[in-house]
Design a protein around this ligand. Structure first.
Ligand SMILES: CC(C)(COP(=O)(O)OP(=O)(O)OC[C@H]1O[C@@H](n2cnc3c(N)ncnc32)[C@H](O)[C@@H]1OP(=O)(O)O)[C@@H](O)C(=O)NCCC(=O)NCCS
Length: 162
């Protein structure tokens, strides 16, 4: 599958906010946002976003942040637009994106957090080699949050404390 990865830029925000709102029930923060919310938020905070394109069409995005409390660890997540679900996009894009980040940054391990009710994502993460580390309750929600970890994909582990 021919996928391209590139940083999200301001002209992507209208598309981004529509997609995020479409999948919000699968996310830890289920709030809906407007385009102006996204413009006010864009570029702030530690999380960076990358667009996934297939044949020049935007099909999803990654979120990425170096973890401050996990030496060399990085948080990752992705949302794919519903009309492109179950076409192998996430399964193909995750290894590509992880290897791209590893080639630029000192990522020693990958971490993510997923709702216990999100069966599609849990199945995907198992196929990508993520293992459950812990789970905790979420205030006001009927499900828990599962923290998962996978080793870096390329080469031997970096020599940083875990
Ligand atoms: C989870 C998500 C990213 C998967 O993206 P995708 O591109 O549709 O996934 P893929 O087509 O690459 O599927 C890869 C594997 O994931 C699992 N999977 C994906 N969708 C699934 C579904 N609806 N039911 C069960 N398993 C599913 C399967 O193991 C699948 O492999 P298979 O098709 O060979 O059985 C996508 O469903 C999504 O964006 N959901 C809404 C937002 C979300 O949950 N984000 C993650 C928050 S932690």
């Amino acid at each position: 599958m021919s996928l391209d990865l590139r940083p999200l830029v301001a002209r992507d925000l209208a598309w981004f906010v529509v997609l995020r709102n479409e999948v919000r029930d699968a996310l830890h923060d289920p709030r809906s946002f407007t385009h102006s919310d996204a413009c006010a938020w864009f570029g702030r905070g530690r999380t960076r976003y990358w667009v996934i394109e297939r044949s020049g069409i935007r099909v999803g995005y990654f979120r990425f942040a170096c973890a401050q409390t996990l030496a060399g660890g990085a948080w990752i997540g992705a949302d794919v637009a519903p009309q492109f679900h179950r076409q192998g996009i996430a399964l193909a894009a995750y290894p590509r994106f992880m290897e791209l980040m590893e080639s630029h940054l000192r990522v020693s391990s990958w971490w993510l957090e997923v709702l216990s009710t999100n069966a599609p994502a849990l199945s995907l993460y198992a196929r990508l080699g993520f293992l459950e580390v812990e789970r905790h309750d979420l205030a006001g929600r009927q499900c828990s949050s599962i923290v998962m970890r996978a080793p870096r994909r390329g080469g031997p582990p970096l020599l940083v404390p875990e």
